[in-house]
Write a protein that binds this ligand. Structure first.
Ligand SMILES: [Fe+2]
Ligand SMILES: [Fe+2]
Length: 429
C-alpha cells in the first residue's frame, strides 16, 4: 500500500483587472443558475442531491471562455508535468460557473468522467465579489492510498486550498476532493464563493461513446461476436466457506454505513441506485486473488485480474436493465452474493449461449460465474425488501485485446446493418 499526496498547482493574480471584472459581471448578472446535479452514473442526466452537493451551476458564454482558453491551453503542458498527468491529446475544455452560498458544499468525489468523455485535468478559478465576502469554501484535497491493483482510496489526511480571489488551482481529476461549507461573514451582503471550474478533456471520447451504439445493439453485438469460453456462459458455485465468513462479517459490521455510490460507471440501474460499502482494500485484494484459480478452472484459460467492486447494496424496488459488462476488461466474472434481507427471491436473469434466459436466485455465500461481457444479464423484477448485498469480481483472459470497434467490424463483414452505428436492432423475438 502506497500513501500519496496529490500535487496541485495554484497561480495567484491569474487574470488582469479588466478580465477579472468581466468574469465577475458575468456571474453577478447570470440568470441561468440551476441547482447542481450529481451524476452518479456519470451521465449528464443527474439528480439534485443536496446531501451530496449544494451549489448553483451555470454554463459559461463564449466571450468568457475566450478569456480563459488561450491561457489554459498554454499552461497545460506545464501543469500536466507538475501534477503528474500523462500526455493526452487535448479535446474540448469543459467549463462551468459555480456559486456556493451560505451552507453550500460539495462532499468528497472525483472528477473523472462526464458524458463518457474523459477528464484529464481539473482547474478551478476563484473570484470574489467584494460585496459578498465569505469564509470557508476551501478546496480539500485528500491524500490517498494506492493498492497493488492501482485502486485509489482516500485517507484522513488532506491539504486545503484557500479560494483566494483571482487565483486558479489545477489538480488531477482522480484526486478525491471536496468543497468545505461556505459561511457568510458577519458584515456585508451574504457571501458567494464563485468559481469557474473546468476540465481538460481527452480528444478521444471513450471508444463506446464514439461509436454511438444503443444498449440493445451492444447486447446483441456482444452476444453474437464475443468469444465464448464455457458451455452455457454461466454456472453457480459456492464461495469458499472461510472467505464467505470473512466477507459476511465485513458486511454485517458495515452495512449500517453504506451510502450512495458515486463512481459507478454503468447506466444500467432502474428505480434507484444501489448504496455502496467500500470493501476494505486488503480484503478486496485477497478476494480477487483467491478467487482467480476458481475462475480459471471454470473458464479454461489463464486470467488476469481486472477489478473487484463492492459491496453494492441494492434497495427496495431496484431493478437492473439488460446489459453486458465492459468487454475490454470484465470478461470472466462472478457475482458473489453475501447477504440479503428480502421478502421474495430476487432473480438475476442471464441469457445463455443459445439465447435462452435463466432466472437465478443466489443463496447467501453462493456465487455465479458468468461470461459477463457476452452473457446479457438483468434483474427485471423489482427487489422486494430492505437490502441485497453482493460484490463483483472481474477477470480477463491473459493478452485479451477486444474492443467494440472489433465487434462492429465483424458485424460489418457479416452485413449486419442492424448492429452498426445508426442501425437499430429489431425488438421482435
Ligand atoms: Fe470536483
Ligand atoms: Fe453487469
Amino acid at each position: 500500500m502506497i500513501l500519496e499526496r496529490p500535487n496541485f498547482v495554484r497561480l495567484e493574480d491569474f487574470l488582469d483587472n479588466d478580465s477579472h471584472q468581466r468574469v465577475l459581471d458575468f456571474a453577478r448578472n447570470c440568470r441561468e443558475f440551476e441547482a447542481a446535479q450529481v451524476s452518479r452514473d456519470e451521465t449528464p442526466t443527474g439528480k439534485v442531491e443536496p446531501s451530496v452537493w449544494r451549489a448553483q451551476l451555470a454554463s459559461v458564454d463564449e466571450d468568457i471562455l475566450d478569456i480563459f482558453n488561450a491561457k489554459l491551453r498554454a499552461l497545460l503542458p506545464h501543469m500536466r508535468l507538475e501534477i503528474g498527468v500523462p500526455r493526452f491529446e487535448l479535446g474540448e475544455i469543459e467549463v462551468w460557473l459555480a456559486a456556493h452560498k451560505e451552507g453550500d458544499f460539495f462532499s468528497a468525489h472525483q472528477d473523472l468522467t462526464y458524458d463518457d468523455l474523459e477528464r484529464r485535468l481539473t482547474f478551478t478559478y476563484y473570484f470574489e465579489d467584494p460585496a459578498t465576502r465569505f469564509d470557508g469554501g476551501e478546496l480539500r484535497l485528500y491524500d490517498h492510498e494506492i493498492s497493488a491493483d492501482d485502486e485509489l482510496s482516500p485517507v484522513d489526511t488532506y491539504q486545503d486550498v484557500e479560494p483566494i480571489d483571482n487565483s486558479i488551482a489545477f489538480f488531477a481529476p482522480w484526486a478525491h476532493h471536496e468543497v468545505q461549507p461556505v459561511r457568510n461573514r458577519s458584515e456585508g451582503e451574504p457571501g458567494i464563493r464563485y468559481s469557474i471550474t473546468g476540465f481538460f478533456r481527452d480528444a478521444e471520447p471513450t471508444a463506446l461513446a464514439q461509436l454511438g451504439l444503443s444498449p440493445e445493439q451492444q447486447n446483441e453485438l456482444a452476444a453474437t461476436y464475443m468469444p465464448n469460453f464455457t458451455p452455457q456462459g454461466f454456472e453457480l458455485a459456492l464461495l469458499p466457506a472461510s472467505m464467505y465468513l470473512r466477507l459476511r462479517e465485513f458486511v454485517d459490521q458495515g452495512i449500517g454505513s453504506a451510502g450512495p455510490e458515486f463512481e459507478a460507471d454503468e447506466d444500467i440501474y432502474l428505480d434507484g441506485h444501489p448504496d455502496f460499502l467500500a470493501l476494505d482494500p486488503q480484503l478486496a485484494d485477497d478476494v480477487i486473488a483467491e478467487l482467480k484459480p476458481m475462475h480459471e478452472r471454470w473458464a479454461g484459460v489463464p486470467l488476469e485480474e481486472s477489478a473487484i467492486y463492492g459491496v453494492r447494496v441494492y434497495r427496495d424496488g431496484h431493478r437492473l436493465l439488460p446489459h453486458v459488462d465492459r468487454i475490454e476488461t470484465h470478461v470472466i466474472s462472478s457475482v458473489v452474493h453475501l447477504m440479503h434481507d428480502t421478502d421474495t427471491p430476487w432473480h438475476l436473469r442471464i441469457v445463455d449461449v443459445d439465447g435462452d434466459s435463466h432466472d437465478v436466485a443466489l443463496e447467501e455465500g453462493e456465487m455465479v460465474f458468468y461470461e459477463s461481457a457476452r452473457s446479457v444479464h438483468s434483474r427485471p423484477e423489482p427487489m422486494v425488501g430492505r437490502s441485497y448485498c453482493s460484490i463483483f469480481v472481474h477477470y480477463r483472459p491473459v493478452d485479451w485485446n477486444m474492443s467494440w470497434a472489433m465487434l462492429v467490424a465483424q458485424a460489418e463483414a457479416d452485413g449486419r446493418d442492424d448492429l452498426l452505428p445508426g442501425g437499430s436492432v429489431s425488438t421482435e423475438p
